[in-house]
Design a protein around this ligand. Structure first.
Ligand SMILES: Cc1ncc(COP(=O)(O)O)c(C=O)c1O
Length: 460
């Protein structure tokens, strides 16, 4: 492991998981009840994770009743360097003492430092050959990325995938594939074409061989682009998640991502990688595209880059910049100085603590342990992932592979009462996902997996 293990130990509450009152305890309940009087009923997380948070450190959270939890959610793949990371906090505090906000484009020294840092970690091919546009949220970055592709190419069509999640702003939601979210938005799909994502466990073409599945998907995409009667119109870009997040922590075969690059090159289409969830070390590389040896033309960055302070970026090939004009994209809070300070701290911390290699190693260890459970239990259909992005797919039985979202939810709730926070995802909501902060200690990781195993036994 790394020589920083002692430091990582000090980042978290040592006692987690420790439950002193079955959650929700009385203090949490009071706050939850008041929240439901004051806030919209359209919330989901306080109904699943029935607690109120007092404070959080590293990979652990303390609730207002004195319970300690091991956090495998990290604010949905946001807190890669952990809650309250002191190194990042120092930068944010320094910035807070100087200046918070004025006009979102006017520079500070810190802004330049943050931008230089981000440029320095871009994937090969974009590094030294990119420009950056600042945005606020993940959806904002995805919308801006798509606008760049459309504006620069002068074409409208975007190919996006089933299982995709790119946010729920009215532009981004058209790119997101979830039926209910599209329904709530009331937006029709405009100039978005949906292609099948090669989901090895549930290949949409019903082929078992995952490489064959990837080729079928690529053939379909090529058909959309080249057949004048495909109905696709003119395609500006292909927007994809290199590993699907909300869709179920789906790792596509290498051939797929390489094939997307080839198709984009062949037809002069811009390849847009949404690294909002996969980026900033989550998979043990700065960017998931690096696992595939592929460079996108445009890349969306958010979540972990601010470690909880909302900020996002679009990085794109330098030559695309020629066509962009003033006011191409706007937003009062773009490039918030506190977010830029956080981004600088996050990158320096991951680099100096060698967190990428550690994430790969610890991720392999976690994957191995989850895979042992897959072998033992009939209702664990598939375990997959890279780094700290691991999906555990819960099914009725291995033969039918029928999704079992209620069991996944029941497991998540039982884990919660035992002090382990885990969230679900997937087309059917039946995939439990491991996305802990990268600074979790080996002890907290193993304790969490021990609790996971105890819970799995109950549901046998
Ligand atoms: C891959 C991906 N893209 C975009 C988004 C949207 O980000 P935000 O919720 O910040 O708008 C998400 C959020 O989960 C995501 O996972």
């Amino acid at each position: 492991m790394s020589s920083y293990e002692e430091e990582f130990r000090e980042l978290s509450y040592p006692d987690a998981p420790k439950i002193v009152v079955r959650p929700p305890g009385p203090n949490s309940l009071k706050i939850l009840e008041r929240q439901s009087e004051l806030e919209t009923k359209a919330l989901i997380y306080p109904k699943v994770f029935r607690f109120a948070i007092e404070s959080a450190k590293g990979a652990t959270i303390k609730d207002v009743d004195g319970n300690y939890y091991v956090d495998w959610i990290a604010g949905i793949a946001v807190l890669n360097v952990g809650h309250n990371n002191p190194y990042v906090a120092k930068y944010v505090r320094q910035q807070m003492d100087r200046y918070w906000h004025w006009m979102s484009e006017v520079p500070t020294e810190f802004r330049i430092k943050a931008l230089e840092k981000i440029h320095s970690i871009l994937p090969q091919g974009l590094r030294g050959n990119a420009k950056i546009l600042t945005t606020v949220t993940g959806a904002d970055a995805c919308e801006a990325a798509v606008s760049i592709a459309r504006w620069v190419s002068g074409k409208n069509g975007i190919i996006a995938f089933d299982g995709a999640y790119h946010g729920v702003h009215l532009g981004a939601v058209m790119l997101t594939a979830k039926k209910s979210l599209l329904k709530y938005s009331g937006m029709p799909l405009i100039n978005v074409l949906r292609a099948p994502y090669p989901y090895p466990y549930r290949c949409p073409f019903k082929v078992e061989n995952e490489i064959e599945c990837a080729y079928r998907s690529l053939e379909f995409i090529e058909h959309l682009i080249k057949d004048p009667y495909s109905g696709a119109g003119e395609i500006a870009g292909i927007l994809f998640e290199p590993i699907q997040g909300e869709g179920g922590y789906i790792v596509p075969p290498k051939e797929f991502v390489k094939g997307l690059r080839e198709i984009a090159d062949k037809y002069g289409i811009l390849l847009i990688a949404d690294e909002v969830q996969t980026g900033v070390g989550r998979t043990g590389r700065w960017w998931a595209v690096e696992h595939f040896g592929v460079t996108p033309d445009i890349m969306c960055i958010s979540k972990a880059i601010g470690n909880g302070i909302p900020i996002s970026f679009v990085a794109y090939r330098k030559d695309l910049d020629e066509k962009l004009e003033e006011m191409f994209h706007l937003g009062t809070y773009r490039a918030n100085p506190l977010g830029l300070a956080a981004a600088t701290g996050v990158i320096e911390y991951i680099e100096s603590r060698k967190l990428l290699d550690r994430t790969l190693l610890l991720g392999e260890h976690a994957l191995r342990r989850f895979k042992e459970l897959e072998e033992k239990y009939e209702f664990i259909g598939d375990v997959r992932g890279v780094g700290f992005m691991i999906g555990i797919e819960i099914v009725k039985d291995k033969r039918s592979r029928e999704p079992d979202p209620s069991k996944a939810d029941a497991i998540r709730r039982e884990l919660f009462t035992r002090g382990v926070l885990m969230h679900t995802c997937g087309h059917y909501g039946n995939v439990l996902r491991f996305m802990a902060p990268l600074v979790i200690t080996r002890e907290h990781l193993d304790k969490g997996i021990d609790v996971f195993e105890e819970v799995i036994k109950i549901f046998k």
